[in-house]
Structures are given as structure tokens and as C-alpha cells.
Design a protein around this ligand. Structure first.
Ligand SMILES: [Zn+2]
Ligand SMILES: [Zn+2]
Length: 86
């Protein structure tokens, strides 16, 4: 999965992506609140915080997560990619 930030700003993605859970599973979040983000941008996000990040990149991860989840539902994928082939 491409990094949501790199793809948005047209950056060349250099590191692998991981899932950032906007809301943790413990607080009721699930795949509907997760986004794919590269290690570099993920670190940056936690460093500057959601608000600054949204302003800096024009991306609100919470909004993106919801949009992404709709997409995943449409294609039957989870946030980590397609389901394992049976
Ligand atoms: Zn990135
Ligand atoms: Zn995170």
C-alpha cells in the first residue's frame, strides 16, 4: 500500500508503510480508523500532532481513514492489503 501522505503530496516514497490507527482498537477503533503511512511520515505525524500535520500537508488522517475504509469495503480488503488467498 502506498503512503497516504507521499501519494498526496507527490513525494517519492522511500520507506515501507505501516498502519496508523487514528483511534486505537482499545478505544473502539478498528480498520475503519486506520491509514497506510510510511515510517518517515508516521514518525513526523506523532512528532507534530494531528492538527499541525493536517495543516502542513492538507491531510486530516481521520477523514482519510474513513474514506479509505469505504474503499476497502468496496474491494473487500483490510487495511493491510488483500485478504490471504485461500
Ligand atoms: Zn510518506
Ligand atoms: Zn501512529
Amino acid at each position: 500500500m502506498p503512503c497516504i501522505v507521499c501519494a498526496h503530496v507527490g513525494d517519492k516514497q522511500v520507506s515501507r508503510t505501516e498502519a496508523h490507527h487514528v483511534k486505537t482498537r482499545g478505544s473502539g477503533g478498528g480498520d475503519d480508523t486506520a491509514v497506510c503511512i510510511c515510517t518517515r511520515h508516521h514518525k513526523h505525524f506523532h512528532l507534530i500532532g494531528r492538527k499541525t500535520f493536517a495543516t502542513r500537508y492538507g491531510i486530516d488522517l481521520m477523514v482519510e481513514a474513513k474514506a479509505l475504509y469505504k474503499l476497502f469495503q468496496a474491494v473487500g480488503w483490510g487495511v493491510d492489503g488483500p485478504p490471504e488467498a485461500a
